[in-house]
Design a protein around this ligand. Structure first.
Ligand code: N7H
Length: 519
């Protein structure tokens, strides 16, 4: 198994992440697979690789250093970037994935190809809707129409075959780049680049466009927390963690075909990664109202000079400025701790600092688990505008003025990554395990930020530290994050895009999908 990591072969959003203040997610459906392949080949040079993204980050650093030396604010550089990823239906459209395993297995030639070439991963094949609505926790009423499959005759067809992500730190350059992507895929064949026409019968259709942007206070997401502090450090790519920081993760936890990847993917998948995209609406005034109404209920929290901030910190596991509750449970004033990752929740049986079910503890249990088997790299961005004075006053979100997080994460196995984190950990009252003695029979509780609940499950609640053993402080939770759907994708390497994926189909589409289904 390879562990040589070739940065020029990896798409840059996976690692080290594309610098961005603005991001457009262009979800597309392939209408004409053969012509699409031709255009895709021509598109590959535009893709921002990990190597390109490292150079962008160096430029940002250089400008910051220069600005500091010259005593002026650093100039924001646009640094536009582009990546592309495919849902399983997208690969099927290219003839590189089959949903008809039974038919293929009966044909010796196809069966050999299937064994050697088919991307593995049942959830990827199913797609997020079937995984999380039909077999999971998502409420179909809350899913945006575009993420739902449509029924055509006897078949259900998904409308999203892939996503092109475009990033930039300045809006005009983002718009320009988006226009260039659209031009590349939508223009009439053979038209003059200076005077092109959009085709009436294009090779792809953009079925949904979602726009993300960072908040005016950069780094803070809509609930007001500093985000993007903790990422797994990848062996061979990132700096060595120190002291109590989580140990470095094997590159194969994120990148297919590297040490630590248990999936046994085909050779062409090496340097690619599975991307989970999740559209999460945040009810910000409602969250604030909850903090206001509940912070006074517990002695330990009530005594704090800023009780609402303290309760928020308990739910997250970090204060809003990023200070880890595990390192500083009562105070967030030390700037040296704001971005700290140097903690491990030890001793893990004492419930006196960070709640067992705080968001960051559920999502990265550190010493609560003896080994890291569910590791993701997060690359999300906020969407929507700031809370208006009217919403603040009414303590209620306005339907017209939605906001939230366009959550993106990468991993080499969706079942062990995104899916495991949300279903087995966030939504399970009894994870982290073996804590009943210290937190009572209801267990640590549900993840207040992303935990989901089925109607027959116990009401959402979380156990909070209260100086007692076991804890008596139990807080009933509301819901401030609405899960609006999303999709699972595969972000291939540059070589796979230039070669295997744009070559002739492996599988004939059996039986053919209409590719004409519409919302
Ligand atoms: Fe979470 N938030 O912005 O408030 N998250 N997250 N997340 N999250 C983290 O450490 C948030 C979501 C993880 O290594 C922080 O960078 C919000 C999903 C993981 O210690 C903050 C939403 C999933 C970590 C938030 C949301 C995760 C993490 C602390 C939804 C996975 C790292 C800042 C609206 C399926 C844990 C930081 C570690 C941290 C927020 C969703 C996972 C502030 C608002 C869906 C792995």
């Amino acid at each position: 198994m390879s562990s040589l990591i070739r940065k020029a072969n990896i798409q840059g959003d996976i690692w080290p992440g594309l610098p961005k203040r603005f991001q457009s997610f262009l979800f597309f459906r392939i209408r004409k697979p053969d012509e699409f392949k031709q255009r895709l080949k021509g598109f590959v040079p535009q893709i921002t690789t990990a190597e390109d993204a490292c150079k962008m980050k160096d430029r940002i650093l250089e400008e910051k250093t220069l600005a500091r030396d010259e005593g002026r604010p650093a100039k924001i550089q646009p640094l536009p970037g582009v990546n592309i990823a495919f849902a399983s239906t997208g690969l099927a459209a290219l003839g590189k994935f089959t949903f008809h395993e039974d038919i293929v297995k009966r044909d010796r030639k196809l069966s050999t190809i299937f064994k050697k070439k088919q991307l593995r991963g049942g959830l990827y094949a199913k797609g997020m809707y079937d995984d999380l609505v039909n077999e999971g926790w998502d409420d179909p009423q809350e899913i945006r129409q575009e993420y739902k499959p449509v029924t055509v005759g006897e078949q259900k067809e998904r409308l999203i075959d892939g996503v092109i992500t475009v990033t930039s730190s300045l809006k005009p350059e983002l718009i320009d780049k988006v226009n260039r992507v659209k031009e590349h895929f939508l223009k009439e064949p053979g038209s003059d680049p200076d005077n092109y026409r959009i085709s009436n019968d294009p090779v792809v259709e953009f079925t949904l466009i979602r726009e993300g942007k960072t908040r005016p206070e950069k780094g803070k997401e809509h609930f007001g927390f500093e985000d993007g502090i903790s990422q797994p450090s990848i062996e061979g790519l990132d700096r060595e963690p120190t002291d109590k920081e989580p140990k470095a993760s094997k590159p194969g936890m994120i990148l297919c075909g590297h040490e630590g990847d248990q999936m046994g993917q085909p050779e062409w998948a090496r340097d690619g990664s599975f991307m989970a995209f999740r559209d999460l609406q945040q009810l910000v005034p409602e969250f604030e109202k909850f903090l206001e109404e509940n912070a006074g209920k517990f002695e330990e929290i009530k005594r704090h000079p800023r009780p609402q901030e303290k309760l928020a910190a308990y739910l997250m596991g970090r204060w809003k400025n990023g200070t880890p509750v595990d390192l500083s449970p009562h105070d967030d004033s030390d700037p040296a701790l704001h971005k700290s990752n140097n903690f491990d929740f030890q001793p893990i049986h004492k419930h006196d600092k960070c709640p067992f079910a705080a968001h960051i503890r559920k999502m990265r249990p550190r010493a609560d688990l003896d080994h890291d088997h569910a590791v993701i790299i997060r690359r999300g961005i906020s969407y929507g505008d700031e809370v208006t004075p009217e919403e603040k006053e009414a303590k209620k979100s306005d339907d017209e003025n939605e906001r939230g997080l366009l959550f993106v994460c990468y991993q080499s196995d969706i079942r062990n990554g995104f899916n495991f984190l949300t279903t087995r950990w966030a939504s399970n009252h009894h994870f982290p395990d073996r804590k009943t003695k210290f937190v009572g029979e209801h267990g640590p509780g549900i993840d207040a930020i992303v935990g989901q609940r089925l109607s027959h499950h116990p009401p959402r609640s979380i156990g909070l530290p209260d100086g007692k053993d076991p804890t008596e402080a139990r807080l009933d939770l509301d819901r401030w994050v609405i899960h609006r759907g999303g999709e699972y994708f595969f972000t291939p390497s540059i070589e796979a895009l230039q070669g295997y994926l744009t070559e002739t189909p492996d599988y004939p589409p059996l039986p053919p999908l209409s590719r004409e289904a519409k919302l």
